[in-house]
Design a protein around this ligand. Structure first.
Ligand SMILES: [Mg+2]
Length: 231
């Protein structure tokens, strides 16, 4: 079946999440030390514990587990400090994060090329608001035909439901969609489980039988080769 849509994961696929998060987290640590009197090592520990508690409390992988406002509020509650700091921490985190958010090299040009032939979407585990802000900051929102967030769907990758909604919005069967992402378990296996084709974005070689590209700008050539194989 001819491919009609290309759907991207967002974090660590269209931009470097680890760098943006790391930069924002350093600022957060400085805030915790200065304003809350919490040394960095303790802040990192409580942050990790609260992340785990967010998941346990929700009973699984719901978009709310990614909500930083809730996470900061839970940290403050746990360390016995006023929740009035939560909005300040959230603003600090996201302002620095979005500022550090840069598209991976050649991504805009690649999307512009692909858009001539395919519907382009984003399928992501996160609340919608900040994924919109990220795409806006990356300058990619005008090239995105549709967005599916786990908040909207009530299910997270690798659950089938999120991919099904992607195909629905793409307006074609799952087999006519290609999913691109950095996570083998969430993006690649998840998409394949829902009947989509998938390509793993990784500089490291992976398991046999898994299609792989080292960077987003390799996609047009990958798609041409895929088309040739199918003829
Ligand atoms: Mg990712």
């Amino acid at each position: 079946m001819k491919l009609r849509a290309v759907i991207f994961d967002l974090d660590n696929t269209l931009y470097d999440y680890d760098t943006a998060h790391g930069t924002a987290f350093v600022k957060l640590c400085a805030f915790a030390e200065k304003t809350l009197g919490l040394p960095e090592a303790e802040f990192r520990t409580v942050y990790r514990l609260v992340m785990e508690e967010q998941i346990t409390r929700c009973g699984g992988a719901y978009a709310a587990i990614h909500n930083r406002m809730i996470r900061f509020q839970m940290i403050l509650e746990r360390i016995g400090r006023p929740i009035l700091y939560a909005p300040e921490m959230s603003d600090l985190y996201w302002n620095v994060f979005l500022d550090a958010c840069e598209p991976v090299s050649g991504v805009r040009e690649t999307l512009e090329t692909l858009r001539a032939e395919y519907r382009l979407g984003v399928g992501t585990n996160m609340t919608a608001d900040y994924q919109y802000r990220k795409l806006q900051k990356l300058g990619l929102l005008d090239l995105t035909d549709f967005l599916v967030s786990s908040e909207e769907v009530g299910a997270e990758k690798p659950e089938r439901k999120l991919f099904e909604v992607c195909a629905e919005k793409a307006g074609c069967p799952a087999e006519a969609c290609l999913f691109v992402g950095d996570s083998l378990s969430h993006d690649v296996r998840g998409a394949q489980g829902a009947g989509m084709r998938a390509v793993w974005l990784s500089r490291q070689p992976g398991p046999a039988g898994i299609a792989r590209i080292g960077s987003v700008p390799e996609l047009p050539e990958f798609l041409r080769a895929m088309g040739r194989d199918e003829v």
